[in-house]
Design a protein around this ligand. Structure first.
Ligand code: SF4
Ligand code: SF4
Length: 296
């Protein structure tokens, strides 16, 4: 059995990625199971999704605590100890990281003991889809690592995205992006763990200490204490030549992190700006530029 765990941020498409993988496997005759686990309903918040694939009926239920494959859709999560991305890895596991780093650099930087594969999914998403939505791309990567066929992936992307996309052009671009990522990954050997046999426990939900399963900050007015600046894919940059000081961006920022400087111009607190880019979308004179963050 393959046990695959996806880690992403709300809005990146980890749930759909897990469905694409499950459906591709199902179309090849495997039993498949996929489901997400959400925390706070907040764009940019860490989420996980899980897929099990097996030639035998799947008796296990619950989150995957010992994955064979981990797909990291946002590398900034690796800096967040609460996200706990690398837990449960074993010898023979494979970790994919969406990053501009090479596998050797990423392995060293994030102290990963398992085999590491990297690809800049965000760039591919922006180039092909025009959006940093990575669901079908991550599904393509996971399908390749799990040893599935390109045709199963194509059919799975078509099925899963046609349920959520009405734009046929975007659907075709998602198929193109998924297949591009599938082909960009070299086949690898993943040492899988055996399926749970009949009569064994079927629920595997590990105990998590409160420091991991609950927020560690309990004081009121604590939003600025939870630094969300590393959630960004894009950062807003103000053009004061164009800004009319209408204050729309200040009012619309969902995290309340835009303040006004002594000259009356808005600026953000980059330690807390999560990069949702609502300010840029709402600015009536387009005085806020979207600049891609690259995590060096
Ligand atoms: S991108 Fe803009 S709206 Fe979003 S959190 Fe940052 S400053 Fe606020
Ligand atoms: S919404 Fe645009 S024009 Fe208005 S204050 Fe913000 S940046 Fe300036």
């Amino acid at each position: 059995m393959f046990r695959v765990r996806f880690h992403g941020r709300g809005g990146q498409g980890a749930k759909v990625a897990s469905r694409v993988l499950g459906t591709a496997a199902f179309l090849e005759g495997y039993y498949a199971q996929d489901f997400p686990l959400y925390g706070a309903e907040r764009r940019g918040a860490p989420i996980a999704a899980f897929t099990r694939i097996s030639k035998e009926p799947i008796l296990e239920r619950g989150v995957i605590s010992k994955p064979d494959i981990v797909i990291v859709m946002d590398e900034t999560l690796l800096d967040d100890p609460l996200a706990n991305l690398l837990s449960g890895l074993k010898e023979g596991s494979v970790v994919f990281i969406n990053t501009t780093h090479s596998p050797a650099e990423a392995k060293d930087k994030y102290k990963v003991t398992a085999q590491v594969i990297t690809l800049d999914l965000t760039k591919i998403g922006l180039d092909i889809l025009g959006l940093p939505v990575l669901s079908t791309l991550a599904g393509g990567v996971a399908s390749r690592i799990a040893g599935l066929k390109a045709d199963s992936l194509r059919k799975a992307v078509e099925k899963e995205t046609s349920e959520i996309l009405t734009d046929k052009g975007l659907l075709a671009k998602n198929i193109e992006a998924a297949l591009y990522c599938f082909r960009a990954i070299q086949p690898v050997e993943v040492k899988t763990t055996e399926a749970i046999q009949k009569g064994s426990p079927v629920i595997d939900v590990p105990f998590e200490p409160a420091a991991i399963s609950s927020p560690t900050i309990n004081t009121t007015g604590n939003t600025p204490l939870r630094k969300t600046g590393n959630w960004r894919v894009f950062k807003p940059v103000w053009n004061y030549e164009a800004c009319t000081k209408c204050m729309t961006c200040v009012a619309r920022c969902p995290d309340g992190c835009i303040a006004v400087n002594e000259d009356g111009f808005p600026y953000t607190d980059y330690d807390n700006c999560k990069g949702c880019m609502i300010c840029a979308e709402e600015c009536p004179v387009k005085a806020i530029e979207k600049v891609r963050e690259v995590h060096a």
